[in-house]
Design a protein around this ligand. Structure first.
Ligand code: FNR
Length: 182
């Protein structure tokens, strides 16, 4: 039976670069895996007062994450950190206290930017949060994809062959990591 990798992108932007990487990965899932996009764009802003209430968007999101075998985060950098929408999703999944849906999931992080350092700050802020949430995050290879706007075609699809090779290798390492820690 195939395993499911959930992709969570940190961008809400139409035609997002993170979404472009997610599209490539959806079409090139490792053998034995299927990929499911988990939408975080409609999640109301987390409020602890909602713990114990049935907020339908929260319930669906938490159940979706629980059903995954692994989680792959693909994110831009906002002011040297992760976008607020992504932090919101991480917080929603972490609560109510004691019901952290991220707990024990194998995970991996890809950051991208038009800039040269490829979202390094966001990547490592995300890793810090994932450590606390007990996501078993792939250490190597790291994925900081810089100058992303130069790696796509006129439709926004990833077209750079070297980057495709890098992502294919990254996915193979992630699949091996999932097998190791599952
Ligand atoms: C940015 N951007 C950005 N880029 C970067 O490399 N470091 C940064 O700190 C920031 N900060 C930042 C803040 C805000 C509020 C915005 C809107 C943008 C640029 C941004 O990360 C970049 O355009 C991403 O590649 C866009 O990714 P998506 O949204 O297309 O996936």
């Amino acid at each position: 039976m195939s395993k499911t990798i959930g992709i969570i992108t940190g961008s809400l932007r139409k035609n997002s670069f993170s979404g472009s990487i997610a599209d490539y990965i959806s079409e090139h899932a490792p053998a034995g895996y299927e990929v499911k996009n988990i939408d975080i764009s409609r999640l109301p802003l987390y409020n602890q007062d909602y713990d114990g209430q049935d907020i339908s968007e929260y319930t669906t999101f938490r159940e979706d994450v629980k059903s995954l075998d692994a989680v792959l985060f693909i994110t831009p950098e906002h002011n040297r950190s992760i976008p607020a929408a992504l932090k919101n999703a991480l917080d929603i999944g972490s609560r109510p206290y004691g019901e952290n849906v991220w707990n024990g999931k194998p995970g991996a992080v890809i950051s991208q930017s038009p800039g040269g350092i490829g979202g390094f700050g966001a990547n490592h802020h995300l890793r810090q949060v994932l450590a606390f949430l007990n996501v078993l995050t792939l250490a190597q290879p790291e994925a900081y994809i810089g100058a992303y706007h130069t790696l796509i075609d006129e439709n926004g699809a990833l077209s750079n062959e070297g980057t495709k090779d890098f992502i294919n290798g990254f996915l193979a390492a992630f699949a091996a990591w999932i097998e190791k820690v599952s």
